[in-house]
Structure formats: C-alpha cells, structure tokens
Ligand binder design. Structure first.
Ligand SMILES: Cc1ncc(COP(=O)(O)O)c(C=O)c1O
Length: 450
C-alpha cells in the first residue's frame, strides 16, 4: 500500500504522499486503472471502492501523447535550443499567464522551486521575516530558511487557511512577506489579508499549489498577490508528474525570479516580456523546465477548467446536501465558487468524535480521513531544533531567530482545528450515484453519533 513512486519525506506526522498512496492505490498503477475505476467499483450493485484517483492523469489523452511525440521527434527536449525550434515551455508560460490573469509566468521544475524563485524575486534574505501558516507543506517553510530569512508561524482558522487576524498580529518591522496558502482546494480569505499587507508594506506570496485553477471573487488564484506559485506534481490538479510555475505582474520580481531559476543569468525571452534588465547577475539555481514537461502542461492546461468544473460540481452537490446534518459544521469558505472541490471538509466536536466519524465513513467505503497533504510544521522536530544545513546559517542566528520558539505553544488554535476536521476526498469522475452514496453515509454516521 505504501509503495508510492515518489520518495516520501521523513516526517513524524502522516505524510500526504503516504496517505494518498493508500487512498488512491489503484490510480497509481496508471492510465488503465484510473479509466476503469473512474471513482466507482466496476462491479455492479454495491459501492465497494470509491477511488478519487489522481486528477490530471484521468484526463491524459491524444493531446498529451501528440505533444510529447512532437518533442521526441524534433529532438529538442531543452527549452532554449536544439535541432527543432523548441517552443513548448515558452508557449505554456504564455498561455498559463493569460489563463491566471497575470502579466508574466515562469515554468520551473516544482512548486518548491517556484517558492524559492518567489522569495528570491522579492529580494528576501537574512534579517527578514516571512509569515507562514502553521499547517501547510514543508516548502513554505524551507523557502524562507533557504533564503536565510526567519519563518514566523501564524494560525489557521476554520477556512483551514491563514487566519487574517493572527497574520496581522504576527507582523513586525522585519516582516517582508506573508505566504497566503490556498490549502486543500479552497481559497484563503484574501481580501483582509491583502488589505493588512498593503497597509503594512508586506508582500503577498500566494501559494496555489493545492488549488490550481481556483478563484477568489472571480479572479484566478495566484495573480491577486505580489507573486503566485503553483505545483504540477501528481497529487495536484493538472500534472506533469513534477513541475511548477510562478506568476507575477511585477517586471522586477519577474526578472529576479527568472534569473534565480537560471543561475542568476537572464535569457532574452524574459526581457522581451518584462522590459530592459533592471538587475545585475547574481548567484542562482537551475530550476529550468524541460520541453517534455512543457508539452504535457500545455495539453493539461486546456483541460483545467473541465477538471475543476467536475470536482467543484461533485463537492458542491455533497456540501449542499449535508448542511443540516446534526453535529457537523462545514468548512468556512470565503468564496465557495472558487473552491476546486478537492474535498468536502467538516468540523465535529472533538478529536475522538472525529475518529469515530472517519471509522464510520470508511466502513461505508467513503475515502474519509483527517486533514492530509500538509504538515503541522511547528511540531516537527527539525523545526523545533531550528536545524539548518550549516550551524552558522543566518535564519536562526539573528536576535529574533535566537529568540523565536516553535512547538505546540505557537499554534494552539491550529492544533485544535486539525483535531476536529474530517476530510472526504472528491474525484472528478464521481457519478451521481457515488455522490449520493457519500451523502447517505454522512447522514447515517451522523445519525448514529449524535
Ligand atoms: C501547499 C504546497 N506548497 C508547495 C508545494 C510544493 O510543490 P512541489 O511538490 O511541486 O515541490 C506543495 C506540494 O506538495 C504544497 O502542497
């Protein structure tokens, strides 16, 4: 069950990848399996296997195949040159920027790389603080530490995302940015976050890795803050296995990010978009996207609205039917229309009630669990120990870095919310029969527990 094809990060808490490997094991074997399951057991009659599957691969078809073949046959898998005229990554960037409503997009090797580029794009470094939700994925923490800056945790609230009030409380004169993560398919409450950030001179990095294609008040996520990032790893919506992107409408942020992703140098294609260079060469990384990845993502992007539309519809059908079930409070959603329907989430009285809910739902073959896919970062031993790759690393050697304390004390509200929430995964190919089965199961389990 745990033989997921990705290396699994070592962590004291349950990792998303381990969970999803178990929850979607039939999808992991490939295209054929996901086509057969489509979310429902092939046997007629009882529902015995509700499998959300990996989303993007369920939409792989002739379009991805053709685009990949074009790269193979051209002999040009590198984005900048080759015997053919490589254009896949370039075209993907242009289409992705248009689709997200930003001026510029940059294709990179992962969402983690995109976050590193965003932090570099904003010129964040030693002495700066970045506010990060206490429950999110590792990369939101590591991108700050890798820049030599100091991560400061803020609580999540019933949106399962950053609590805008706690964000405001955590700002100091050293705060350079906040990472507003749109976790578990739902947009965070951006308006108050953007308002506070504007008033206090704090840049907003939107992390839409788990919410690609989501929106807030009619605008696509990622383009509302100073800079936005996305992941195309297999657990996300559209996918190329691994991959990521950054968007911004700020030419200086774009140039710095584009330089960082390519050893600090800049190619003409980026200056053609953002204008004359404003920054001298500096030391960067190599996070360049290759043409195979660009080919697959170009095809997947054309299907993103369909994927999101189906997941969203399934989730909404379930949310609409369970509002009256006794003993549960639905996830607070600042903009339900922008929710990509990754799951249905509700809060119950306490941790033991949550566990009984999950057991009851699983008995009825509903893919229910605690919240998955992220980490309670302040509880991680490496975070508590402030461990870095070198003892003199600047993040925790400043006076503020020495003084800061992580652990349960800095995120009590987040821990309580984590303990009380139930998650049910949604698949894009769930049928009405499956949605109805999930609704019935929730009513039955709720009826037995109150
Ligand atoms: C919220 C969040 N941010 C960033 C990332 C990093 O993306 P990647 O796995 O592509 O590096 C992830 C990936 O899981 C994520 O969930």
């Amino acid at each position: 069950m745990n033989s997921f094809p990705h290396p699994t990060p070592t962590s004291a808490s349950i990792s998303r990848r381990q969970f999803l490997a178990a929850a979607t094991s039939s999808a992991a074997v490939g295209l054929a399996a996901t086509r057969v399951s489509g979310g429902e057991s092939p046997e007629a009659g009882v529902i015995s296997n509700i499998d959300p599957g990996f989303v993007g691969p369920q939409f792989f078809d002739e379009q991805e195949r053709q685009a990949l073949l074009e790269v193979l046959e051209s002999g040009s898998p590198f984005r900048y040159w080759g015997p053919g005229r490589p254009v896949k990554v370039q075209r993907f960037e242009e289409a992705f920027a248009r689709s997200m409503g930003a001026r510029f997009a940059l294709g990179v090797t992962s969402g983690t790389a995109a976050l590193d580029c965003a932090v570099a794009g904003l010129g964040i470094g030693p002495g700066d603080e970045v506010i990060v939700p206490a429950y999110t994925w590792w990369s939101d923490y590591t991108c700050v530490v890798q820049a030599g800056a100091l991560p400061v945790f803020a609580e999540i609230d019933r949106t399962l995302n950053l609590d805008p009030e706690d964000f405001a409380r955590k700002i100091t004169p050293r705060t350079k940015a906040v990472i507003a993560v749109h976790l578990l398919g739902g947009p965070c409450d951006l308006e108050p976050i953007l308002e506070v950030a504007r008033a206090r001179g704090v840049a907003v990095i939107e992390d839409a890795a788990q919410c690609v294609g989501g929106a807030y008040r009619g605008q696509k996520l990622g383009a509302l803050g100073t800079v936005g990032i996305y992941s195309f790893q297999i657990n996300k919506m559209m996918t190329s296995g691994e991959g990521g992107a950054l968007v911004t409408s700020d030419p200086l942020v774009y140039e710095r990010a584009a330089r960082f992703h390519d050893m600090g140098t800049i190619r003409q294609v980026f200056l053609d978009r953002s204008g004359p260079s404003q920054v001298a060469t500096f030391a960067g990384e190599n996070f360049r996207m290759n043409e195979f990845t660009g080919a697959v993502l170009g095809a997947q992007l054309t299907k993103l609205d369909t994927m999101v539309g189906r997941m969203h519809e399934n989730a909404e059908a379930i949310y609409a039917a369970i509002g009256e079930v006794a003993g549960i409070r639905l996830r607070q959603r600042p903009d339900p229309r922008g929710d990509i329907g990754y799951g249905v989430f509700f809060e119950v009285r306490d941790r033991s009630t949550r566990d009984r809910w999950i057991a009851g739902l699983r008995e009825r073959h509903v893919p229910a669990s605690t919240l998955t896919g992220s980490v309670l970062l302040p509880l991680e031993e490496s975070v508590i120990q402030k461990r870095t790759r070198h003892p003199d690393w600047p993040s925790f050697n400043s006076p503020a870095g020495k003084a800061i304390e992580y652990g349960a004390g800095c995120c009590a509200q987040t821990l309580g919310i984590f303990d009380r929430f139930v998650q049910i995964r949604i698949g894009p190919k769930y049928t009405q029969r499956i949605n109805d089965h999930i609704i019935d199961a929730i009513r039955q389990v709720g009826g037995g527990l109150v």
